[in-house]
Design a binder for this molecule. Structure first.
Ligand code: CAA
Length: 262
């Protein structure tokens, strides 16, 4: 498949490899237009369906992960056009359908829709150059791809309110302290670190990986009781896999587990 607004690559030489998607509209700081979001959706679904791929990494350039939705493309939209085209939902929710872990490797600006896309990913690794923010308020709008929901869940109400209401950006250190990112790494090693995390996950039992991701998302999206119940059902079901027997036998016999993902 050839794309115009993204690049795709497959990395690694183990049985399960890592799919890498790089947002690539450098002149517009990777501003997210319909074409880019369509291509991103296609690439994510293609990697998700590919049995040789374990994790997916989503990244941008040194200067910008993505500077938000494309302001030029939406500046003249009317209310009805925004509504009938389902602007910022038609092709923005695909990332949530992906069953494999998606790692956002963020350097530079992750603003507006760029921050929202990063927050839709499962693990957010930040370069020390990363800057996060939801500046939509300065454009006379509000976030439209989950920012008002995911940011407070990630960093708490007071800090989210401040960032959302002022449009202030926060750097990588503040984002890590606030719990938005899992780790900060030097910009020069961002991709190596993301690939190392992906490789570690690729070596785990893949049924457990997919179901674990589902359970953590349940924690984010439901109440405690239904989340705990969902977790318990998944926990019980994993005793039906060969990987559970292998993993526990390996531990008891002091050897490394070799998973067959069944
Ligand atoms: N949409 C379209 N074009 C954008 C863009 C965006 N979101 N962000 C940057 N660009 C373009 C600029 O217009 C500029 O193009 P030209 O060279 O043709 O003038 C080019 O990218 C480089 O940008 P700057 O010259 O502004 O670069 P800078 O280093 O001085 O500033 C920046 C960088 C702080 C990120 C600044 O570009 C900026 O503030 N961008 C807009 C950020 C923003 O408001 N994002 C939210 C968008 S709305 C949204 O995302 C809604 C939603 O919830 C989904």
């Amino acid at each position: 498949m050839s794309y115009e607004c993204i690049l795709t690559d497959v990395r690694g030489d183990a049985a399960l490899k890592t799919g890498v998607i790089t947002l690539n509209r450098p002149k517009q700081l990777n501003a997210l237009n319909d074409q880019l979001m369509d291509e991103l959706g296609q690439a994510l679904l293609a990697f998700d369906a590919d049995p040789t791929i374990g994790c997916i990494i989503l990244t941008g350039s040194e200067k910008a992960f993505a500077a938000g939705a494309d302001i030029a493309a939406m500046a003249k939209l009317t209310h009805m056009q925004a509504h009938t085209r389902q602007y910022i939902s038609r092709n923005w929710e695909v990332i949530r359908q992906v069953r494999k872990p998606v790692i956002a490797a963020v350097a530079g600006f992750a603003l507006g829709g760029g921050c929202e896309v990063a927050m839709m990913c499962d693990i957010l690794l930040a370069a020390d150059t990363a800057k996060f923010g939801q500046p939509e308020i300065k454009l006379g709008i509000i976030p439209g791809a989950g920012g008002t929901q995911r940011l407070p869940r990630a960093i708490g109400k007071a800090k989210a309110m401040e960032l959302l209401l002022t449009g202030r950006m926060m750097g990588a250190e503040e984002a890590e302290r606030a719990g938005l990112v899992s780790r900060i790494v030097p910009a020069a090693t961002l991709m190596d670190e993301a690939l190392a995390v992906a490789e570690q996950i690729n070596g785990m039992s893949q049924p457990s990986v997919a179901l674990l991701k589902e359970c953590v998302n349940e924690a984010f999206e439901s109440g405690l009781s239904s989340g705990v119940q969902a977790e318990r059902r998944v926990f019980h079901s994993l005793f039906g896999t060969e990987d559970q027997q292998e993993g526990m036998d390996a531990f008891l016999n002091k050897r490394k587990a070799v998973f067959t993902h069944r």
